[in-house]
Design a protein. Structure first.
Length: 106
């Protein structure tokens, strides 16, 4: 009877030892390449920053070309405060569209 009991206990113990977690897989591992994702986020940030700079430059260029910021007191001069605050087109995407389609000066 004791042999049968030891076999049952041995089977139960084997079942529990097989269900125990493996030490190698106990902790989660991250297989994401953090350097690649960091570079991607930095590149997207740089693209956004360059688009903002392009919008501002095209806004001021268009204001100068259409003479929207001429100084009322001194003829032929530019009003710098107006140049910083002017909106020469209705929307920001119009500046990007114009700047990307007109690469060379006319």
């Amino acid at each position: 009877m004791s042999d049968k009991r030891e076999d049952v206990e041995g089977g139960v113990m084997k079942m529990y030892s097989d269900s125990a977690p493996e030490i190698e897989n106990l902790y989660e591992r991250s297989y994401i390449n953090h350097i690649a994702w960091s570079i991607l986020v930095m590149a997207i940030g740089m693209i956004i920053w360059l688009c903002i700079a392009l919008i501002n430059a095209e806004n001021q260029r268009n204001a100068l070309m259409t003479k929207q910021c001429a100084d009322p007191v001194f003829k032929g001069e530019i009003d710098n405060k107006c140049l910083r605050l002017v909106h020469s087109r209705e929307h920001w995407w119009q500046h990007i569209g114009y700047a990307l389609t007109h690469v060379k000066p006319e």
